[in-house]
Design a binder for this molecule. Structure first.
Ligand code: SF4
Length: 70
């Protein structure tokens, strides 16, 4: 599988159910989902990331989109 990004979610996000929901909602390509009040990434959608940074703006300093390609 050719994934070109990795998404790092700070553990602080998981303490905030409203923030988890907001991050999941803001991504235009459904890279996040909330499972049992925890924010998870949807591996199958990772390569759909448009690098729009909406998730990063939703949770400054708590979500990072790491580019894996060179
Ligand atoms: S940068 Fe945009 S497309 Fe990529 S994970 Fe964040 S919200 Fe989704």
């Amino acid at each position: 599988m050719a994934m070109f990004i990795r998404v790092d979610i700070d553990s602080a996000v998981q303490q905030d159910a409203a923030l988890c929901k907001r991050i999941a909602e803001v991504c235009p390509v459904d890279i996040f989902k909330v499972v049992d009040s925890r924010l998870e990434t949807v591996e199958a959608n990772l390569d759909e990331c448009t690098l729009c940074d909406l998730c990063i703006h939703a949770a400054p300093g708590k979500v990072q989109v790491v580019k894996l390609y060179r």
